[in-house]
Design a protein around this ligand. Sequence first.
Ligand SMILES: Cc1c2[nH]c(c1CCC(=O)O)Cc1[nH]c(c(CCC(=O)O)c1C)Cc1[nH]c(c(CCC(=O)O)c1C)Cc1[nH]c(c(C)c1CCC(=O)O)C2
Length: 353
Amino acid sequence: MSANNRPPGHLKTYDSAFLKACRREPVPHTPVWFMRQAGRSLPEYLKVREGIPMLESCMRPELVTEITLQPVRRHKVDAAIFFSDIVVPLKAIGIDLDIKPGVGPVVAEPIRTRADLARLRDLTPDDVRYVTEAMGMLTDELGPTPLIGFAGAPFTLASYLVEGGPSRNHENTKALMYGDPQLWADLLDRLAEITSAFLKVQIEAGASAVQLFDSWVGALAPADYRRSVMPASEKVFEAVASYGVPRIHFGVGTGELLGLMGEAGADVVGVDWRVPLDEAARRVGPGKALQGNLDPAVLFSSREAVESKTREVLDAAAGLEGHVFNLGHGVLPTTDPDALTRLVAYVHEQTAR
Ligand SMILES: Cc1c2[nH]c(c1CCC(=O)O)Cc1[nH]c(c(CCC(=O)O)c1C)Cc1[nH]c(c(CCC(=O)O)c1C)Cc1[nH]c(c(C)c1CCC(=O)O)C2
């Protein structure tokens, strides 16, 4: 895509360290952002969210704008992540679900039969006008700081829909995947359509990059991933390829899947803390940047320990084509926000070129 037909948000942010690292170009310093950087670790977040249910807060553009900007102001991270949730597009097409505090998304009537599939209708931009509106406000406020859009990947969304809520073993999901491969494929294909439409809305509203969260796909063996999940994730990446914005792909416990997750169509592969980044680069192969991968629990230890574990991540990343510093999963709710602010400064200082 040439410079003059890039989406507006992308144009202002094109030369940011974050987008350069995603494109594997030289950077002034290693860019940093944190999954779940907006949220319960920040007192200013708890204050503005008081009395407002999670899903409702995602539908109020002024509030979404404020919450998205909070960690950028406080920590000086190199990118903002849009404040929303992976279940927002499902809610928007009429699925009866809620996000229960301390639990996660809960679906009133799980999707398990062919008849249930009919409840997953297409998502149109009109269904999520509040997203377009919030992103417009945000890209104005953020100026040269990139805004990351995101969506849940088909497998992770299917897990919530089929189980009816969070699950340790994904037994109902796997029962469907192994027991009725055609219904499973049709379900994932439906979710790929919805996810693609949701990402397109965000890119057109000004997102400079998108992240596909396949948080729970690490529960699968590589052969099952390749056969039963990868085609749907590939469809999502393909659907947004022509925009030319970096596509990030992340999951937890995905050491054995990193190569395939890159192959699915990502420009940047997110890595949790279990695989060092140099080893992850060997698994992913050339032509992709990596994102990660400090253990979020490290932030509960001493300042010296945080710095030494961060140094380990930076050393392992030294030979990478492109590196975006992040945690290996989301910020834990009781993290000291000052530890995050110090971490951003430390990575910037250690990698200044
Ligand atoms: C699996 C998943 C979900 N949601 C998301 C994922 C993928 C990322 C991951 O692997 O963690 C993605 C997500 N959810 C949220 C964001 C906002 C942007 C950011 O990263 O700062 C993002 C990117 C806000 C949120 N989403 C949620 C919160 C907490 C709700 C609150 O503050 O009341 C936030 C800030 C709720 C939620 N929503 C979900 C869970 C598991 C929870 C936590 C439940 C709990 O422990 O209370 C589903």
